[in-house]
Design a binder for this molecule. Structure first.
Ligand code: ADP
Ligand code: MG
Length: 607
C-alpha cells in the first residue's frame, strides 16, 4: 500500500501565500464596507493633509463614482505609487502604535480601495511646480502621468466593488447609500468646524446638485463649533444647547448638549468624537443615559455633540478597522468625566426650559416659519401609564368643569422670572403674567418635579420622612414582583416606604413618605415593582434610586383637575424659581412655557 500524498486530500488544500491583490481585497472587506466608508477614509486623509476646503462628489449612491477634492498639502510625485501600496503611510514610523494624532495610520485605505474599484489619485504637492496622476485598477498599478491641478489632491474611485460582485450585492439602494454618505460628511463636518465641506450628487453627470454645504467657520473654537452645529443640527438645537467644557486627569470634554426639554425619541442625534474621530461607543451612550436619567424618561434622548480629547496613549483607536469603536485605558474616568460635565451643565441651567416648545407652537400659527429641525413633540407616549387614570386620594373634578376659568386678582410681581399667577384654566394650567410676557405652567408636571426634588433633598439629608398609616394596607402582588419588592425593602425604607412580607404574594404597607400626603399604597407599590422590573442590572444603585424616587414623586403631585387658590399658585411659581431642574418634569417635558409679549404681538400681526 502506498503512503498517502500529504498534498492530496479530499478536505484539505495546501497552504499558500496570498498575493498582494488578494490580501488587499481581504483588507478592503474590513475597511470598506460601503461607499460611505470609502468617503470616510478619503475625507479623513484630506483632513490629515491640513485641507481647509473639501468637496465630495458621488453618483448613484457612490456605487459608480466617488470623488474627493481637497486643498491640502498634496503628495509628492515620487511618492504617489507608495501611497497606493499596502502598509505605506506618512503618518507613523511604526515605532509607537499608541501615540497617534492623525486619523489615518494603518496605511490600508488607498491600496484597499484600489483593490476593489478603479482608483485614480491626482495630486500636486505643496511647493511643487506640477501635478501628477496615477491609477490602479483591480490592484494593477498604471504608470505615473503628468496632470493639471493647481493645488491639493483629487482622489477618484469609480465602480466600487466591480471586482468583487459578491460585495456589490450587499449594497443597499442608492438612496440609502447616499444617506450614509451624508451622515459621514455631517459627522466629520461637526468635528472640523474650521474646514469647509461641500457634498454634491453628480448622478447623470455635470455639476450635479449640492446636497450639503458649510463654509469654514471662524472665531474661537467654541463659537465656530456652535455655528457649525447650528447649521447641521439646526438653529433649534443651537438655541437649546448647553455648553459643555470640563477636564479631569488628562481627559477633556467639550461640546454642546441639549436641555432635557429638547429631547428626541431616539439616540440618533447623539454625536460623539474621540480625538476628533467620530465614534459610536458604549461608554458614551451609558454615560449620557446616566447623566440625563434624572430628567428624562427612558425612551427620550437628548441631542448632543461631545468631543473627548485625551493623550493618544489613554485610548486605543486601533481596535476596529473602520475605527468607530475605541477602547479607553480607564473607561471609569471617561464615564465619570462625561457624567459630571453633563450634570453640572444641567444644574447650571436652573429652571431654564427649552424655548423650542413655544417656538413650535407659534410656528403652528405661522406655517411658513415653522422650525425645520425635529423638535420635542408634545406626545404623551412617554407618560407613565397611571397618569391617564385618576387616582384615589384626590378629589378629581369632572371634565365638565373644564371650561371654567379661575381668575385671580393679584398684583404683578414685577421682577420674578415666572411672574404673578393670574388665572388657572382647564384646571391644569396656571397662567402667570411676567413683565414682558406670559408663562403657562403645567401644574401637574411642575408639582411632580418639585416633589421629586424635595424627596431627593430629604434623601440626601436624613432619608425621606415616613408617616405611619393608621391602618396598614395589604397589597397583593404578582409572584416575581413580590420577591423583587421585598428584596429592595431596605432601600425602600430609605424612601419612607416601609413594607413587610404578608405571606403568599402579599405585602403589608406600614409607612409611606410623609411628603406625599394621603396616597394609594397599592398603586404606589405596584409602580415601584414595575420600576424595579424595568431597570436593568447594569444601572448603578444611584440611578436606580433616582428612577424609583421619580416614580414615587408622581404619587404626591397635584393632579391635573385640581382647582388651586391664588396663594397656592404663586407658591408653586416661587418654589419653581427656587428649585433646580424645575423647568422639566421627570419625563423631560417642559413644566412651563413662556410667551413673550413680542411673540404674542407677532401672532396678532402687530409686528
Ligand atoms: P493612512 O491614511 O493610514 O496613512 P492611506 O492609505 O489612507 O493610509 O494613505 C496613504 C498615504 O497617502 C498617507 O499616509 C498620506 O501620506 C497619503 N495621502 C493619502 N491621501 C492624501 C491626501 N488627500 N493628501 C495628502 N496625502 C494623502
Ligand atoms: Mg487614510
Amino acid at each position: 500500500m502506498n503512503a498517502p500524498d500529504p498534498n492530496i486530500s479530499a478536505n484539505r488544500a495546501p497552504i499558500r501565500q496570498l498575493d498582494d491583490a488578494a490580501a488587499n481585497r481581504i483588507a478592503a472587506g474590513e475597511v470598506v464596507e460601503r461607499p460611505a466608508s470609502a468617503v470616510k477614509e478619503l475625507v479623513e486623509n484630506a483632513i490629515d493633509a491640513n485641507a481647509t476646503r473639501i468637496e465630495v462628489a458621488y453618483a448613484d449612491g457612490g456605487k459608480t463614482l466617488l470623488r474627493v477634492t481637497d486643498d491640502g498639502f498634496g503628495i509628492p510625485e515620487d511618492q504617489l505609487h507608495l501611497a497606493l501600496s499596502r502598509h505605506a503611510t506618512s503618518k507613523i514610523d511604526g515605532s509607537d502604535l499608541l501615540n497617534i494624532h492623525t486619523f489615518g495610520f494603518r496605511g490600508e485605505a488607498l491600496p484597499s480601495l484600489g483593490a476593489v474599484g478603479r482608483l485614480t489619485i491626482t495630486s500636486r504637492a505643496e511647493g511643487s511646480d506640477g501635478a501628477a496622476t496615477i491609477s490602479v485598477n483591480g490592484g494593477a498599478l498604471d504608470a505615473l502621468k503628468p496632470a493639471a491641478l493647481s493645488r491639493g489632491t483629487v482622489v477618484e474611485l469609480r465602480d466600487l466593488f466591480h471586482a468583487t460582485p459578491a460585495r456589490l450585492k450587499f449594497l443597499r439602494t442608492d438612496r440609502s447609500e447616499s444617506g450614509a454618505i451624508i451622515d459621514v460628511i455631517k459627522r466629520l463636518a461637526m468635528a472640523e468646524p474650521l474646514i469647509g465641506f461641500t457634498l454634491r450628487d453628480v448622478t447623470g453627470g455635470g455639476e450635479g446638485r449640492v446636497v450639503f454645504q458649510v463654509a469654514p467657520q471662524t472665531g474661537d473654537l467654541f463659537d465656530a463649533l456652535h455655528a457649525r452645529l447650528a447649521k447641521i443640527l439646526g438653529a433649534d438645537f443651537a438655541a437649546n444647547a448647553l455648553r459643555i467644557d470640563a477636564e479631569r486627569e488628562g481627559l477633556a470634554i467639550t461640546g454642546f448638549a441639549s436641555l432635557p426639554t429638547y429631547s428626541r425619541g431616539s439616540a440618533a442625534a447623539q454625536y460623539m468624537f474621540v480625538n476628533g474621530r467620530p465614534v459610536r461607543d458604549k461608554v458614551f451612550f451609558g454615560a449620557i443615559r446616566g447623566a440625563y436619567s434624572d430628567f428624562l424618561h427612558r425612551d427620550r434622548h437628548p441631542a448632543l455633540a461631545l468631543f473627548l480629547e485625551c493623550d493618544p496613549t489613554l485610548v486605543d483607536v486601533n481596535v476596529h478597522p473602520a475605527k468607530s469603536e475605541v477602547r479607553f485605558r480607564d473607561p471609569g474616568i471617561a464615564r465619570g468625566l462625561i457624567v459630571t460635565a453633563l450634570r453640572h451643565a444641567l444644574a447650571d441651567a436652573g429652571h431654564r426650559a427649552s424655548t423650542t416648545v413655544a417656538d413650535a407652537t407659534l410656528g403652528a400659527f405661522r406655517p411658513e416659519t415653522a422650525p425645520a429641525g425635529a423638535i420635542y413633540q408634545m406626545d404623551r407616549q412617554s407618560q407613565p401609564r397611571y397618569s391617564a387614570a385618576p387616582q384615589a386620594g384626590f378629589a378629581e373634578t369632572q371634565p365638565s368643569y373644564s371650561a371654567r376659568v379661575e381668575v385671580v386678582e393679584t398684583p404683578v410681581v414685577a421682577d420674578q422670572p415666572l411672574g404673578a399667577a393670574r388665572a388657572q384654566v382647564h384646571e391644569n394650567y396656571v397662567i402667570a403674567q411676567t413683565p414682558d410676557g406670559i408663562v403657562i405652567v403645567d401644574q401637574h408636571a411642575a408639582h411632580e418635579r418639585l416633589v421629586y426634588e424635595r424627596l431627593k433633598r430629604q434623601m440626601a439629608e436624613n432619608g425621606v420622612a415616613a408617616q405611619a398609616l393608621l391602618i396598614p394596607e395589604i397589597v397583593e402582588l404578582a409572584a416575581d414582583d413580590h420577591g423583587r419588592v421585598l428584596s429592595a425593602g431596605d432601600e425602600l425604607a430609605g424612601f419612607g416606604l416601609v413594607i413587610e412580607d404578608f405571606g403568599g404574594t402579599a405585602v403589608c404597607v406600614r409607612e409611606t413618605p410623609a411628603l406625599l400626603g394621603e396616597v394609594n399604597a397599592a398603586a404606589l407599590v405596584n409602580d415601584i415593582a414595575d420600576e424595579l422590573a424595568d431597570l436593568n442590572q447594569t444601572q448603578s444603585v444611584k440611578d436606580k434610586l433616582e428612577a424609583i424616587l421619580s416614580r414615587v414623586a408622581c404619587h404626591g403631585s397635584i393632579r391635573s383637575g385640581r382647582v388651586m387658590r391664588a396663594e397656592e399658585m404663586n407658591a408653586l411659581l416661587r418654589e419653581m424659581e427656587a428649585t433646580p431642574h424645575s423647568g422639566q418634569c421627570n419625563h423631560g417635558r417642559p413644566t412651563y412655557v413662556e410667551l413673550k409679549l413680542h411673540d404674542i404681538e407677532k401672532l396678532f400681526g402687530r409686528r
